[in-house]
Design a protein around this ligand. Sequence first.
Ligand code: 9MR
Length: 357
Amino acid sequence: MKKYFLYTLLGCVILSVLFSFENLNVENKGLKELTTFPIGTAVRVDQLQSDAKLKELQIHNFNSITAENDMKMYNVKPNEEEYNWEKVDKVIAYGDTNEQRIFGHTLIWHSGTPDWVEKKGRKDTLWLDNFLKTYIFEYVSRYKGKVDGWDVVNEAFDTKGGNYRKTLWYDVLGKEYIAKAFSYAHEADPAAKLFYNDFNIERDTAKLHAMLKMVNDLKNDNVPISGIGFQMHIRVDVPDEIIEYSLKKAVETGLQIHLSEVDIIFNKHDDSKNGGVQKYQELTEEMKIAQAEKYKNLVKMYKEIVPKNQQYGITFWGFTDRDTWVRSFFNIDDWPCLFDDNLEPKPAYYAFKEALN
Ligand code: 9MR
């Protein structure tokens, strides 16, 4: 009896030691080590190269990168005469050196289109049609095998509701520009995964359904689309049920699902530049907990709703409050990221980690 008691006690001690080792282990692990799907972030490579702590955090936690701006058309084709590959090459080199997946953002986007294309394209339909083809073909061919996937078309729908956005591309070429863009990208790199990417589709049902109709039409026409990107710029009070519904609907297409630009804010905005409303002046402990909960739920939903073979990954639109696009774009103070202004992990980081694990 005594012997039995001793064995049980010994067993408990061994288990608790193992358990605390495991905990310590998880504590030391980066986000990327805790999942089967890639964990990415938007990056500014020049900044990473000049900020050792930021770079260390980036490498420790992430195994996928999306250039925040360096791969946009206004950087790659600043004028008619030349391509500027320099910035893109740096992004590729960073990804290669640090063994991270490289995601291409973005080929065709109204806000990424430089003025000179806007002007010339509005005057000359044939030229624009040809430019769409050559730009995508040259770009995607050049990085064939290097870039794993692309946001081929970004934000083709209005901010709210189900109408196509009236952009240069739509006005001049009609909605067929979308199918064309996917076909050219596929021709240039048949192995690259090709995404349609948009915002508010996780909470605006009219927009979600318009996007899904477009995606299903593309599939029926054999247009080579591989995935849907939910940018997922959300606010802490967007109901989980709505996000759940949208993810379920998107999963039904059978395509890859990328949460492509995740961040979670507190304040309000009207989606436009300088359109922020400063409701909260500071980040309280209570708010930190609410945000952590939301990050945790987001991972849970992704893991539960999206089948493994459709999980392209979760990518953050930056990982520190210090560097978030939200502040300058909406002209408000906010705290949307996993790390704070001093690059210290927030409760959101630990909650996200726990949910991954
Ligand atoms: O975060 C990006 C910001 O630095 C740029 O000024 C802006 C315009 O190029 O684009 C921001 O990123 C956007 C992304 O490319 C597409 N989805 C919305 C993102 C936030 O505006």
